[in-house]
Write a protein that binds this ligand. Structure first.
Ligand SMILES: *Cc1c(COP(=O)(O)O)cnc(C)c1O
Length: 334
């Protein structure tokens, strides 16, 4: 199968499985799983932060971070397209009693500075207390402009807000932009990093930040059901991913460019954007269902919508992309 639906679909490689099988484990709720501790320290170091905390998912890592930053009746500023706002079931509001203040993302994924400034509420009994700015990098595959991040975070800090980065794909941002992971994380008080996306681990995210903040996040993690036991098995996969699968993301980015070039040759398809490992393209609405079925028959999994997203990852090779593009060409030729 060639699966272009997401970079979450990668299967652990035999070498990754071997590192899991040989992992030294303990009980992480008791704080004595050596592999989890090593992962947390290693990721914190790479991100230039004091401490790290291992989570079963990015959703839980983001939520625990939001709950560590904000109390009941506080508010966080976030993009309309941000994962924490749009794709996490409204957890901040439902489970955290945190009011989201969404702002429309600009085309480059940023939240326009003037809109940000206007959304920060004055201290007044009428308003929720604006506590936090949450950005996402990459967002829709795009790397946030470095100058923009500094400007947004400077504004947030000047108004007394904390800052969180949903850095699920911050490694893609680092490889694409040539900045270090630490440089991309530096402006933020906390960053959540996913290992189950392009890095190829089966499960896992690490939240990094100050020791104080993570102490609070650790409490929320337990309450949210994320206290795991012999989770060194999973942490070993993440350590393997960090060691072996970061630099190779460049290959996924090149493959996404190749995919975009291929689709652009097809009259019926309108390629909207390509950045890092993602391609967004529009297909004629009336063909979406039949095209998706036709591709599936050939062993190619996609989610064909009027505006579709294709994601490259370590289990998709250059030849697979050629096969996909040929299959789309053949479909429209018939
Ligand atoms: C995948 C993802 C997450 C976390 O998702 P989980 O599936 O819960 O691990 C968070 N933010 C972004 C931008 C993501 O792509």
């Amino acid at each position: 199968m060639i699966d272009l639906r997401s970079d979450t679909v990668t299967r652990p490689s035999p070498a990754m499985m071997a590192s899991m099988a040989s992992a030294e484990v303990g009980d992480d709720v008791w704080g004595d799983d050596p592999t989890v501790l090593r992962l947390q320290t290693t990721v914190a170091e790479r991100a230039g932060k004091e401490a790290g905390l291992f989570f079963p998912s990015g959703t839980q890592s983001n939520l625990a971070a939001l709950m560590a930053h904000c109390g009941r009746g506080d508010e966080y500023i976030v993009g309309q397209l941000a994962h924490t706002y749009r794709n996490e079931g409204g957890g901040a509001a439902v489970l955290g009693s945190i009011q989201p203040q969404p702002i429309e993302n600009a085309a480059d994924g940023s939240l326009p500075i003037d809109k940000l400034a206007a959304a920060i509420k004055p201290i007044d009994d009428h308003f929720a207390r604006t506590r936090l700015l949450a950005l996402e990098n990459t967002i829709g595959g795009k790397v946030l402009p470095a100058g923009y991040v500094v400007e947004a975070v400077t504004l947030a800090k000047s108004r007394g807000l904390a800052t969180h980065l949903d850095g699920a794909r911050v490694c893609n941002a680092a490889v694409a932009s040539g900045q270090s992971i630490a440089a991309l994380c530096a402006p933020f008080d906390s960053v959540s990093i996913c290992f189950s996306k392009g890095l190829g681990a089966p499960v896992g995210s690490v939240l990094v930040g100050s020791t104080d903040l993570l102490e609070s996040a650790r409490r929320w993690r337990k309450m949210l059901g994320g206290g795991m036991r012999q989770s060194g098995l999973l942490a070993a996969a993440c350590l393997y991913a960090l060691e072996h699968n970061v630099d190779r993301l460049a290959e996924d980015h090149e493959n996404a460019e190749h995919l975009a070039r291929g689709l652009a040759e097809i009259d019926e398809v309108r390629v909207q954007s390509q950045a890092t490992n993602m391609v967004f393209a529009q297909f004629p609405q009336e063909h979406c269902v039949a095209l998706e079925a036709s591709l599936k028959e050939r062993g190619i999994l996609t989610q064909m919508l009027y505006a579709s997203r294709f994601v490259t990852h370590m289990d998709v090779k250059r030849a697979d992309i050629d096969m996909f593009v040929s299959a789309v060409k053949e479909y429209f030729a018939e």
